[in-house]
Design a protein around this ligand. Structure first.
Ligand SMILES: CC(C)=CCC/C(C)=C/CC/C(C)=C/COP(=O)(O)O
Length: 257
């Protein structure tokens, strides 16, 4: 690669024998025969380079740490995507993973909760199920907002053959299944009286739904981790805004038989 010499010196046809230095903070014009310079039409003023052609020379420590984390995330998520296709290492487990996927999908949870609400014959059940419905809707809205803001594309190895999706589901951050799994898990553990083995099963279900998102190739690990945190935090919001016959009498009047 030719050394970056000044254009005047090149026009003069040779080196003055003096060393030249290009500091990072005072970037001079690109070397005349560098790829970026070659793209400029003759006589044109130096136009800003397209973003993909620019290299940040002094990224901050946080920038480097974040880029490294994202690189590790992409690499590890791709390696863990062992059910991403029929031909993948664990491709034969893909149908089972897709059943797990449906178990954490919004539609069965919304329909199931609504059905339970219509069938409930105690005021305690109605209160819990109404709040679960509110939690599930809040979760859908929050995930849609964050996905729409962040717009992180799904991993390239994902096959988009998911059971009913909405427009923002082309994005992957955060995982809607992971938020729902964490939210429902906290909600059920808090508001359903269950024997210990069932409580353990609920936690296991939430973990398996979350891990299956990466194994199916639907998500990177950071999508799922953030989804779990968001779902966990959303439960706090639901508890804070808890709907009861005292706080929302009109809503409860709708469901009283
Ligand atoms: C009432 C209403 C708008 C229901 C929509 C239910 C629905 C289609 C939810 C989408 C669930 C879904 C596919 C989430 C994506 O999960 P990821 O884990 O892949 O982010």
């Amino acid at each position: 690669m030719p050394s970056p010499r000044s254009s005047r010196e090149r026009r003069a046809g040779g080196s003055s024998g003096r060393l030249e230095f290009l500091s990072l903070s005072q970037r001079g014009p690109a070397a005349p025969d560098s790829p970026s310079r070659r793209r400029e039409p003759a006589g044109a003023a130096a136009a800003p380079l397209p973003e993909e052609d620019c290299m940040k020379l002094n990224p901050s420590f946080v920038g480097i740490a974040l880029s490294s984390l994202l690189a590790i995330d992409l690499w590890a998520s791709k390696r863990l995507g062992v059910c991403a296709g029929e031909g993948s290492a664990w491709g034969s487990a893909r149908p089972l993973m897709k059943v797990i996927e449906v178990s954490g999908h919004g539609i069965p949870w919304l329909l199931g909760t609504f059905y339970g609400l219509c069938q409930s014959d105690s005021s305690a059940a109605r209160e819990v199920l109404l709040n679960l419905l509110f939690a599930l809707l809040l979760d859908l809205v929050m995930v849609a907002v964050v996905k729409g803001l962040v717009r992180r594309p799904r991993p390239t190895h994902n096959k988009m053959d998911m059971f009913v999706t909405i427009s923002v589901d082309k994005y992957s951050f955060p995982s809607g299944h992971a938020t729902r799994a964490a939210l429902v898990c906290r909600f059920v553990l808090r508001h359903l009286v269950l024997a210990v083995p069932l409580r353990v099963l609920v936690v296991l279900w939430a973990l398996i739904v979350s891990i299956s998102r990466v194994m199916l190739g639907r998500h990177n690990m950071t999508d799922v981790l953030f989804g779990l945190l968001l779902g966990y935090a959303l439960y706090g919001v639901v508890e804070h805004c808890w709907l009861s016959p005292a706080t929302a009498p009109a809503l409860f009047a709708l469901w009283s038989h």
